[in-house]
Design a protein around this ligand. Structure first.
Ligand code: NAP
Length: 313
């Protein structure tokens, strides 16, 4: 049974192993709650694909997302958190028990659930994007940047991710075109300053991608000017898309209350509308996309889960 049992009624099941979930896991395990954490992909969530986390307190020089994830994991496991690979397809509540159904057909029972399912990269939705996925189109600079050594790269977006990852991609690309639909970047000012002072980054404002073209792999972008409507071509071999995130909450529809954009609604104590079910991090309505906030929310969710256990069981 992969180290967990269908016969046990767990104290807490955490869904998602990013900063929020791993912190909730650390707190639950340290409170001696019998806790399982399920992650369907790679631990770390969005930071697992972030080259450098510069604004998480305690690391004045910054820390790689990968290393920070390893540290979160090691600390949680030290207190007994059990981490499993597994995709949760459905959760239901019968009386006071929560039933967590996994893709494998297995089911786990728990007294509480912490939803820390995070968010995933938004797609542009233009011709060529799906076709050239992994053949020039990518949503992860740390994973794929090195494939584009010495060739022109485009980054799409104007937020923190687009700017941060453009800077990282200058290690590889002969040039990095930062293509944004407006003339003002949305990113934090210090990132903008770094971007504008980097000679390898060429900012292309007021353009959107009309389509991505090539034969075997990406060869060029067709861009549309957002002011004039004029079309132009730009030769690139790599296209990195950072146009925001979408919550990974599809499987929760009808179980917990979501906002109009699909994020999980909670109160300030991370409680959803279902008693015993909590949510934290990037999947929560009002998420800020900051590791420090995700960590704080994971902590609150775990403390509230423990309180709920004491009151209800
Ligand atoms: P974001 O802040 O939502 O920015 C998305 C960017 O993509 C915006 O500039 C937006 O343009 C553009 N965009 C959206 N849809 C588009 C479309 N269909 N076509 C073209 N452009 C489009 O997303 P993010 O940069 O991925 O960041 C997500 C969250 O993580 C944010 O809260 C961010 O602060 C956080 N984050 C923080 C750090 C850090 O603190 N160092 C690093 C990375 C991410 P407009 O500006 O015109 O809306």
């Amino acid at each position: 049974m992969n180290g967990f049992s269908e016969d046990i009624l767990y104290d807490c099941v955490i869904v998602g192993g990013g900063p929020a979930g791993l912190t909730a896991g650390l707190y639950c395990a340290r409170a001696k709650m019998n806790t399982l954490l399920f992650e369907k992909g790679t631990l770390g969530g969005q930071i697992a694909i972030t080259d450098l986390v510069e604004n998480y307190p305690g690391f004045p020089e910054g820390i790689s997302g990968k290393e920070l994830t390893q540290r979160f994991k090691a600390q949680a496991e030290r207190f007994g958190l059990k981490i499993h690979r597994g995709e949760v397809l459905k959760i239901e509540k019968v009386d006071k028990e929560l039933f967590i159904h996994l893709r494998t057909g297995q089911m786990v029972r728990s007294k509480t659930v912490v939803l820390a399912v995070g968010a995933s990269p938004r797609r542009l939705g233009v011709p060529g994007e799906e076709e050239f996925l992994n053949r020039g189109v990518s949503y992860c600079a740390t994973c794929d940047g090195a494939l584009f050594d010495g060739v022109p790269i485009a980054v799409i977006g104007g937020g923190d991710s687009a700017c941060q990852e453009s800077l990282f991609l200058t290690r590889f690309g002969s040039v990095v075109y930062l293509i944004h639909r407006r003339d003002q970047l949305r990113a934090q000012k210090h990132l903008q300053e770094k971007v504008f002072s980097n000679p390898k980054i060429k900012f292309i404002p007021n353009k959107v991608v009309e389509r991505i073209e090539g034969s075997q792999a990406v060869e060029r972008l067709v861009l549309r000017d957002t002011k004039t409507g004029e079309l132009s071509e730009l030769n690139v071999e790599g296209v990195f898309i950072f146009i925001g995130l979408e919550p990974s909450t599809g499987f929760l529809k009808g179980f917990v209350e979501l906002d109009e954009r699909g994020y999980i609604k909670t109160d300030e104590r991370m409680r959803t509308n279902v008693p015993g079910v909590f949510a934290c991090g990037d999947c929560r309505s009002g998420a800020t996309g900051q590791v420090a906030v995700a960590v704080g929310e994971g902590c609150i969710a775990a403390i509230e889960a423990e309180k709920y256990l004491q009151e209800e069981f």
